[in-house]
Each structure stands twice: as C-alpha cells, then as structure tokens.
Design a protein around this ligand. Sequence first.
Ligand SMILES: Nc1ncnc2c1ncn2[C@@H]1O[C@H](COP(=O)(O)OP(=O)(O)OP(=O)(O)O)[C@@H](O)[C@H]1O
Ligand SMILES: [Mg+2]
Length: 253
Amino acid sequence: MSMLLSMQNLSKAFGGLEVVRELSFDVPERTATALIGPNGAGKTTVFNLISGVYPVTSGSIRFRGSDIVNLPSRYRIKRGIARSFQNIRLIPRLSVIDNLLIGQHVTLTRPFDVMRPFRLVRDHEWICAAKAELSAFGLGQYADEPVGLLPYGIRKRVDLIRATLSSPSVLMLDEPAAGLNASETRELHSHLDTLKERGVTLLVIEHDMQFIRSVCEKIVVLNFGCKIAEGSFDQVRTDEQVREAYLGAEQAA
Ligand SMILES: Nc1ncnc2c1ncn2[C@@H]1O[C@H](COP(=O)(O)OP(=O)(O)OP(=O)(O)O)[C@@H](O)[C@H]1O
Ligand SMILES: [Mg+2]
C-alpha cells in the first residue's frame, strides 16, 4: 500500500509551548485515516502543518515521496492537498454556487488574477462543474440559495464540495460530524463514501467514535502532541495508554 502522506518527527512549538512532538505517521493512499485525541492534543495543529498554515519547527512532511515543508500553502493545494476547517469558511450572504466558485478561483489562479474582473470567477465551465457536483450529491436545488439560510448540515456538505471541486488527492476534515444530527451524520457518511469510491484519501479529525469506526480504516491517537497509539479501531480502543488519556481528559473536564 503506498503512502500518500508521511510525517516524520514532526514538531511544532508556539514560543516555549511544544504542541506537536516528534510525530511520525503515514496516511495510506485511498483509505481514510483518523487523527483522534483529547481536546488540545494538537490535532488541528497537525492539519495546519500539513496544509502549510504554520511552518514546522522541525521534521518533514512527505507528499507522494517529496518533502513539502518548504512549499507555500497555495502550492500544496495545487498538488492536491485539500482541507475543510473546524469552523465553516463560507460567505453567508453569497449563494452556494458563488461560494463554490470563489473556492475554485482561489485554488486555480495565480495571486494577481484575484485582481481581475469577476468574469473569470463566472467562467461557464466552472459553473457547470460546480452545479454538476452539487447535483451528484443531491444538493442541486440549493445552488442559488444564500448559504446563510441553509441548515447547518447542508452548509457543511457545501463546504465539503468546495474542498473537493478541484479533485484533490487527499482531503483533511476537521471535525466534520460536529454539530450534525443523526440524519445529517448519515448523509455526511454517504458523501464521504462516495469520495472514497472516487479514490480520494481522507484524513479525519473527529470526536464521534461511532463515526470514526465506520469511516476510517486506520486510527492515529495523539495526546499532548505525541502519538500514543496507532492501528485499527479495535486495536486503539483497547490500548491502555489511550484509555488513560481519555479518562484523564474526562477527569480534567
Ligand atoms: N496559533 C497558536 N498559538 C499558540 N498556541 C496555539 C496555537 N494554535 C494552537 N495552539 C495550542 O496548541 C495546543 C493544541 O491545539 P490544537 O488546536 O491543535 O488542538 P486540538 O487537538 O485540535 O483540540 P480540539 O479537539 O479542542 O480541537 C493547544 O494548547 C492550543 O492552545
Ligand atoms: Mg481542533
């Protein structure tokens, strides 16, 4: 099985605070890998390092075998590393389709193109592609609705479509199921199944263990920035260190 992403001795410190410590793990291609751990364990920071939001303090991140730690964020997106954020970053007063087009515009053009007139954004092919993708996921009827008026579960999936329109190789999802009700969670699940069938590799941060169990083949567990366990759901579930980490977090709360 080939490794799409490979982290080696990755560390990140903010000032004196070490948030990610000597972390090594692989993300196998065409599978879903989960990154779990108690609040503050460093999960979102790992996503920020992989996507290039923050520079690493030390260590390497290999994507298809080449080190990307010095590659600006924009080029990582172009190479096929996409993500969604813990908080949805869509513009509420714009329509679904316009939000999707803005996403495309940012990923597919050079920085100075942003200065050009809106006609680029309105490119006919992009509109067709975005509409086709919405329909493929059963959201075609929302194309012209302002995002701010849509139910949260729909917005989450629009955000997913925004992240996958450029056909990324790997999609990083930060707590995709948070705030969703049971039926929205099922819809998200089938959305992700479709992405997996298309060959998209997933890296998922999530607190919902049922969700993790049914979506992810591999689990990596972080605690205080360190990897404490790795394996299948059942392997990590029964791991003593993992139990202690979660128990400790519960007691602290
Ligand atoms: N930009 C930053 N500057 C300083 N400290 C930061 C920064 N970003 C994150 N941290 C700290 O790093 C630690 C890990 O944060 P992170 O957001 O990665 O955790 P997490 O595992 O995603 O937690 P949660 O499950 O609550 O989302 C926390 O102590 C946080 O306060
Ligand atoms: Mg987080």
